[in-house]
Design a protein around this ligand. Structure first.
Ligand code: GCU
Length: 422
């Protein structure tokens, strides 16, 4: 009984926007709209155009990171330290062939002279047996840990809420697809990849008041003239915490892939832009504040996202509501910060709220930076070409917002194309 209200809250939260805007419109399959501005290697503020890779890495990358924090996401901590409070083996042979472990974590962060601490949170990790140093897919989702990685040994309270389980999960899956709450862990392990999951609401709640309170608490030493970070940035930092925990006691180098759908798709991109230890990104339907350009956009406007989710971004982003054309920076520059690492941008033709066209134009706009590294970014001139081996792979399928049956096989094809060849 008590689960039903939660279910409706979950659907409202997930679907505000996307579900309510299940319009009959279809994204066009030919790119439509002007090129991304400013040109990624052109002049930027007081900076001259980028003339070399050295210019890009030593001058332009830091300037873009600063501008993204100042205008959109708010500031990451000046420094931080993760503590692994406990690490426990839960099952040596879980999900048809993986080693399942639980990490109990807490982080200390420093802004200026002030240190604060996160709440304690958990990470569950399952790595394929017999595949030493398998690449690990870092996953954050809408659902508490017991729904993301359901296993008898993963703690589940008696009155488990969140994504619910039972009929609630059934309805959610019906609306948002088979894999919305739970990835196909067995399939992923069988393909030779590990999975690490956290529920980032444990330290930065995805709720307006509670979220803002936690974000303020975590950034209390921030200088008053700087923008406080929003939840999208805090969750992006969460991906770095996952890497820190996995690196502690690792047997050798391995690849980490940040994976996220929708709001976590935004964070998964930001995480890789700021943390070079992340080798690749799968960002599915990330939309506004993710891969889709702010300027000349269709779908969710800056005003809509700020009104709906005031805890996601820095206050400064509000200044561009209705004034998107005045933005000094746009999302192709976020993608460019990830170059030359592979990125998959997932889309659906009826998910016009996430603006598949804007994501395509952002990918085109990031291209010159991939070329600067001798890599090939997006390598197509239509939206419906599936080229998993491209460094920017663009996936579009029929249907709406969600993680459906055909999405994970495509994600794994992209990973195989980039990681099996090594
Ligand atoms: C809403 C929001 C989007 C977001 C999505 C999600 O639709 O408007 O920006 O990506 O929720 O996270 O599912």
């Amino acid at each position: 009984m008590s689960r039903w209200p939660l279910l409706f809250v979950a659907i409202a939260a997930l679907g505000a926007g996307s579900c309510a805007k299940l319009t009959l419109a279809w994204a066009d399959l030919k790119p439509d709209g002007p090129a991304a501005r400013p040109e990624v290697l052109g002049a930027f503020g007081p900076q001259a155009p980028v003339a070399s890779l050295e210019d890009w890495t030593s001058l332009r990358r830091p300037a873009l990171k600063e501008a993204l924090q100042a205008n959109i996401y708010g500031y990451f901590p000046d420094s931080y330290k993760l503590t692994v409070l406990d690490r426990k083996l839960l099952d040596e042979n879980a999900f048809g062939g993986g080693r399942l472990e639980e990490y109990k974590l807490r982080a200390q962060l420093r802004f200026g002279e002030t240190t604060s601490e996160t709440e304690t949170f958990y990470m569950d990790v399952v790595t394929p047996n017999g595949v030493p140093n398998a690449p690990v897919i870092l996953i954050q989702t809408f659902c508490p840990r017991w729904d993301t990685l359901p296993h008898p040994a993963v703690y589940r309270p008696e009155d488990a809420g969140g994504c619910g389980g039972g009929p609630a999960t059934g309805v959610m899956t019906y609306v948002f697809g088979r894999y919305i709450a739970t990835p196909p862990t067995q399939m992923i392990l069988a393909r030779g990849y590990g999975v690490a999951t956290i529920y980032p609401s444990e330290f930065a709640p995805d709720r307006k008041d509670e979220g803002l309170a936690a974000l303020k608490q975590m950034s209390k030493g921030l200088a008053s003239d700087k923008q406080r970070w929003g939840a999208i940035a805090a969750w992006a930092w969460g991906y770095s915490l996952m890497v820190d925990a996995l690196e502690e006691g690792a047997d050798g180098p391995r690849d980490y892939i940040s994976w996220g759908h929708s709001r976590y798709g935004k964070s998964a991109l930001l995480a890789a832009a700021f943390d070079d230890r992340i080798s690749a990104v799968i960002s599915h339907q990330s939309g506004t504040g993710g891969a889709s350009l702010n300027q000349q956009k269709k779908g969710e406007s800056v005003k809509a996202i700020i009104d709906g989710y005031p805890h996601w971004f820095a206050k400064a982003y509000e200044n561009y509501a209705g004034e998107e054309e005045t933005m000094p920076i746009d999302q192709h520059q976020l993608l460019a910060l990830i170059a030359p690492r592979p990125v998959l941008l997932g889309n659906a033709r009826r998910d016009v709220w996430s603006d598949p066209n804007g994501a395509f134009r952002a990918a085109v706009g990031a291209g010159p930076v991939y070329k600067l590294y001798g890599a090939q970014g997006l390598d197509q001139d239509r939206l419906d070409v599936w080229a998993p081996a491209a460094d920017i792979a663009y996936w579009i399928r029929p249907g709406t917002h969600g993680v459906v049956k055909e999405d994970w096989p495509a994600f794994l094809e992209f990973l195989d194309a980039h990681f099996l060849k090594k």
